[in-house]
Ligand binder design. Structure first.
Ligand code: GLP
Length: 244
């Protein structure tokens, strides 16, 4: 595992963007796995700037987003479809057809999840997955549980996630109770993973993820078993890590 401890959110965003840019430069047809949330916003801004300056191109890049809320339409300001378009895709030279996001409005959720996995496989798997982390250690929407969920599936969100994500909604009642997410197996199958965490709300989760036991009660802890993992944390998120 490569662990990068950086000073603050700005440095984290720049470092993360550089890693993605290097990967895109070395494989212009790379398949990326992408997260939503506040954490990757700075990275997306940096990548947009690099794209506008002509330093990298996303022309042949393929993307798969990690997760989507159930029941929100593509136009809904809180859907991850909208998030990705507003914060990344419409500012770069990516082909719309090369961007993939689970359809939270699908009438057949099981089929939607199965077809998503099939599409990932058809593209040769995900080369580089970028992850944020929930305060409770979730990745994607894989919530703390008694077992590690495998492939893309429907999930009931925990109260803690509903509360944490309610900051984006008018009221907590409007936060969807269910979501679709890549599973732990889908994530662990990615060839390379980069986990990003910023701020003190993430410090406990990061300590457990990197230095605690591997347990589905802290889903991100499974990443300790991945063979090509980079973790970038800022001072606040890394504050509880023991240094050897
Ligand atoms: C959501 C997403 C996760 C994300 C997490 C953390 O629940 N499903 O993929 O990592 O939030 O979000 P933030 O970066 O805003 O703290």
């Amino acid at each position: 595992m490569e662990l990068l401890l950086v000073k603050n959110y700005e440095e984290l965003s720049l470092k993360a963007a550089e890693k993605v840019a290097d990967a895109v430069k070395s494989n212009p047809r790379i398949v990326l796995g992408l997260p939503t949330g506040s954490t990757p916003l700075g990275m997306y801004k940096e990548l947009i700037a690099m794209n506008k300056e002509g330093k990298i191109s996303f022309k042949h890049v393929v993307t798969f987003n990690l997760d989507e809320y159930e029941g929100l339409s593509k136009e809904d300001p809180n859907s991850y479809y909208r998030f990705m378009n507003d914060n990344f895709f419409r500012h770069i030279d990516i082909e719309k057809d090369n961007t993939n996001i689970l359809d939270g409005m699908s009438e057949d959720i099981e089929r939607e999840c199965r077809e998503y996995e099939e599409k990932i496989a058809k593209c040769g798997g995900i080369d580089f997955m970028i992850l944020g982390i929930g305060n409770n250690g979730h990745i994607g929407f894989n919530e703390p549980a008694e077992f590690f969920p495998s492939f893309t599936h429907r999930v009931k969100l925990t109260d803690s996630t509903i509360e944490a994500n309610s900051r984006f909604f008018d009221s907590i009642e409007n936060v969807p109770k269910y979501a679709l997410t890549m599973g732990i197996k889908s994530i662990m199958h990615c060839k390379k993973i980069m986990l990003l965490a910023s701020g003190k709300a993430k410090a406990e989760a990061i300590k457990g993820t990197l230095q605690g036991p591997i347990t589905p009660k802290l889903p991100a802890s499974v990443l300790q078993l991945h063979r090509n993992l980079t973790v970038i944390v800022d001072e606040e998120a890394g504050a509880l890590l023991k240094t050897v």
